[in-house]
Design a protein around this ligand. Sequence first.
Ligand code: AMP
Ligand code: GLY
Length: 419
Amino acid sequence: MNILVIGSGGREHALVKQFKQSPAVQTVYVAPGNDGMTKEAECVAIDSMDFASLSLFAKNNEIALTFVGPEQPLAAGIVDYFTEQGQKIFGPTQAAARIEGSKSFAKELMAKYSIPTSKYGTFTNVIEAKQFISDKGAPIVVKADGLAAGKGVVVALTLDEAYQAVEEMIGNQKFGESSSRVVIEEFLEGEEFSFMSFVFDGEVYPMPIAQDHKRAFDGDIGPNTGGMGAYSPVPQISQAVIEQAYTEVVMPTIAAMANEGTPFTGILYTGLILTTDGPKVIEFNARFGDPEAQVVLPRMASDFAEFMVALTNRRLFELKWYDDAVLGVVVASNGYPGEYETGKALPDLEVLTALQLDVFHAATKSVNGKLISNGGRVIVVAAKAESLEEARNAVHEGLSKLRWDGFFYRKDIGWRTFI
Ligand code: AMP
Ligand code: GLY
């Protein structure tokens, strides 16, 4: 069969690689992909928001399944479009993707169905938002309601920071329409984890959990990013807590979405914080996390394409995972998540692959046979090993063999598990 992956980042490269391992898969296409993926996939120069061209391409190339990576096409209704054409696609409908696309929608859903999360308020008015902040006190968290590429969250340690966030988001429309409404919520303290599940028509297959590092710099300081590195498993989160999150959060959320008339199909990403009151939701995503996909998918022992066929045909499947640990580090352009330059030459990545490291291309471009950067997060370098410590050491040994002029990466990914 042929597979079409929609998107262009490191997450999509992980999807491509996983599909490519399946003997049942002939060609993996990726639209638009990037030049770093051409070993495993055929890149198709169609924008991920151009549904008509994507659907036509899928028809003409006998695509058995289209798998959507990023949130933007989901929020814009790509699944509805393909389904109307009678084409097979995996992901949530536009209505179900609101669980990620509108934080106020997600919060209202959780409130209605008693799914554990932080207390909150929703505002479109700067003065009312500031009043709420001054009533609640700091630390407090300000979130743009809509999509903001992982950058729409400000964890404010002081009242002034929170006021400023509100002014920028509502007042100055920092994220356009996405921040004309904000959710302001109670600050939660504890260990974070990302819990993703495959969901189809009420069937749920949970994946091993991962932990991301959202802050730009070592020691978890600096601005929030899309994610600077991740690892799986997360030994400091017990199996009992994972099961609690499954029964108190994942299953009730899937039931709630169905009950609201917007059943969820696709990857339900639940971001949680383990508080002293148990795990609480900090966000839902309607897709794989990036870089979580790059550390969770390589742990899948079952054939990915076979699994997807079984899942989407409602056939039971024994989904198996390796015990091995995977740790991945994002190499980003200097300046990310703020302004950064692209077009910087990457060092010889063959040095990494020769060391058995996995390289996921997030934003690279080939010019005269040489790879250059083409975005904020550029590559993810990951290792699979018997222990997280070995995986971490392997990644760092590899990264330290090369010069990274114009790039930076965190050297402490996984620190919470190593202390
Ligand atoms: P999000 O994009 O919603 O995942 O938020 C980005 C990051 O902000 C999360 O990974 C957390 O580290 C932090 N964060 C979000 N919500 C809260 C909260 N209620 N309390 C504490 N930290 C939070
Ligand atoms: N790494 C978090 C996300 O993909 O939203």
